[in-house]
Design a protein around this ligand. Structure first.
Ligand code: SF4
Length: 383
């Protein structure tokens, strides 16, 4: 069944973490009612052109959605259910930070309709939390994880590794502690130094390729032994506990993004070209977005028709991140042509022979070795 997601971006944080390149802003007092009304108005606007989709997931991301009032979350979810049909296993995820959440608030979110929490723990080591600019301690992170487990059947914990100087044995011991707190899902990201961040300005070094590879393998082995296989490069889950919303992105399905800087992908048709897709981007600055919505113009910055090559690259790039790979039937439904007719046969054979890709009856997937060097594999396959 086709999946369709709605992403809601709450762009505000208590402070800016030095590694963060998300569209997040530190703001003083907010007019939350004005923000709630703006989200509702945008949902109304998008519903007109996406009525034929059944919503399978909603994701409150940020920024720090745990700073939102539960009433705002409830109003958004009620409006979504009033405007669209939703699937029976409708997933509603909210991101939360330990420094801006507590059990009462988790309960209020659950009452509002959130059924999955993604908790930004980032580390269980106080020194690392200070380095990462986080506002919580390891004790507060553990407390938040336990409260999440008391309130939500489904929750994910997020961590960052490959910090400067982090050894495999230190990370291994932290992973053992992480597993003791985990339920069905863990997101484990390597620290990357992105342009525009404070770490980039401070020339914080990223882990070398060799160290990153050892840490990546360590992570994968420990997670696999614990039954939380890597279903995506940085995401691990028990079978059936995968994040359905993020699968929408990786599988190339359609979604809308509501809120400052949010992105969307919707199908369209171009004369003589059949199926095509539009990339939609919302206005990035929070106040500019809010004012555009309040003026009645809507919060969209631009809509760009993706060329065939761009869409092909996007579907391959996202699909090969997944352990399951790219399913041929889904690809054809979304692209309008069979995958194997779009790829250079020689390049495909070369990468398969060298053990970076594997072709099943219904799928093309990157092997574990291929996923570890995915950028190089993609460059060799589609450039
Ligand atoms: S809390 Fe998250 S979104 Fe906010 S600044 Fe830190 S990393 Fe970025």
């Amino acid at each position: 069944m086709a999946q369709f997601g709605i992403y809601i971006h709450w762009p505000f944080c208590e402070s800016k973490c030095p590694y963060c390149d998300f569209n997040s802003h530190v703001s003083g007092i907010l007019d939350e009612a004005a923000w709630r009304d703006a989200y509702l108005a945008e949902l109304n606007r998008y519903a007109v052109e996406t009525q034929n989709h059944v919503v399978t997931s909603v994701y409150f991301g940020g920024g720090t959605p745990s700073l939102m009032a539960a009433d705002t979350v409830a109003a958004v979810l009620q409006r979504i259910q009033g405007l669209w049909s939703v699937s029976n296993d409708f997933e509603v995820t909210a991101e939360a930070n330990p420094s801006s959440s507590n059990r009462a608030q988790f309960e209020a979110f659950r009452k509002a309709g959130v059924n999955r929490l993604s908790l930004g723990m980032q580390s269980l080591c106080d020194e690392s939390l200070v380095f990462l600019g986080r506002r919580h301690t390891s004790v507060e992170a553990r407390r938040a994880a336990l409260e999440a487990a008391q309130v939500f059947d489904r929750y994910s914990l997020d961590f960052i590794y490959a910090l400067p100087g982090q050894t495999a044995s230190a990370w291994r011991s932290e992973l053992e502690q992480i597993l003791a707190l985990a339920s069905g899902h863990l997101s484990l990201y390597q620290l990357t130094i992105e342009p525009g961040t404070q770490f980039h300005k401070d020339r914080v070094p990223a882990a070398g390729e060799d160290v990153a590879e050892v840490l990546f393998r360590t992570t994968r082995n420990i997670m696999q032994a614990a039954g939380l296989a890597d279903y995506e490069i940085s995401n691990h889950a028990l079978p059936g506990e995968e994040c359905r919303h993020n699968l929408i992105y990786w599988r190339g399905e359609y979604y809308i993004g509501i809120g400052p800087g949010a992105h969307g992908r919707l199908p369209t048709h171009r004369l003589n070209e059949g199926l095509a897709v539009e990339a939609i981007q919302e206005i990035r600055l929070p106040n500019a977005w809010l004012m555009a919505v309040q003026s009645g113009e809507g919060g969209t910055q631009k809509r760009t028709a993706l060329g065939r090559e761009e869409r092909l690259e996007e579907l391959i790039l996202m699909g090969l991140r997944l352990t399951e790979g790219i399913e041929f039937r889904r690809f054809e439904r979304l692209f309008g042509a069979p995958l194997l007719t779009q790829l250079d046969k020689q390049k495909l054979e070369h990468l398969t022979d060298r053990g970076f890709l594997e072709q099943g009856e219904n799928t093309l997937a990157a092997t574990a070795k291929g996923r570890q060097r995915l950028n190089a594999v993609l460059a060799a396959l589609i450039v």
